[in-house]
Structures are given as structure tokens and as C-alpha cells.
Ligand binder design. Structure first.
Ligand code: SF4
Ligand code: SF4
Length: 56
């Protein structure tokens, strides 16, 4: 199950550079995770300052 970014995202961008497989990109209103690329490592969830990332 891939990780997902909720509406709590403030688009700080911190998670993007932490993803080992480049699955995170900036979307229209928030950052988004490509479910097909995510390997469920959890690094992004630990990085997010507002707790917007969780396992979906
Ligand atoms: Fe990237 Fe890991 Fe977050 Fe998936 S859980 S988006 S692989 S940092
Ligand atoms: Fe959004 Fe959290 Fe990623 Fe920052 S670290 S862009 S708040 S999901």
C-alpha cells in the first residue's frame, strides 16, 4: 500500500528530496505521491513537518 499525502500538506517541499525513488512531485494544491513508484519506505512521513503523509 503506497503512502499518500493529505490536504494538510502546506507544499513546503521537504519530502520531495527525501524520497529515494523520486515518487513525490508538486501537484496543483499539494504535493502528490506516485503510487506506482512508492516503495513504502516511510521516509517522507518522518520528514513532513505537519504530519500530512501516511500509509494509504
Ligand atoms: Fe518515497 Fe518512501 Fe515516501 Fe514512498 S514512502 S513516497 S518511496 S519516501
Ligand atoms: Fe507537503 Fe509534508 Fe511534503 Fe511538505 S513535507 S510538501 S507539507 S507532504
Amino acid at each position: 500500500m503506497a503512502y499518500v499525502i493529505s490536504d494538510k500538506c502546506i507544499s513546503c517541499g521537504s519530502c520531495q528530496g527525501e524520497c529515494p525513488v523520486g515518487a513525490i512531485s508538486a501537484g496543483d494544491d499539494k504535493y502528490v505521491i506516485d503510487a506506482n513508484s512508492c516503495i513504502d519506505c516511510g521516509t517522507c512521513a518522518d520528514t513532513c513537518p505537519v504530519g500530512a503523509i501516511s500509509q494509504g
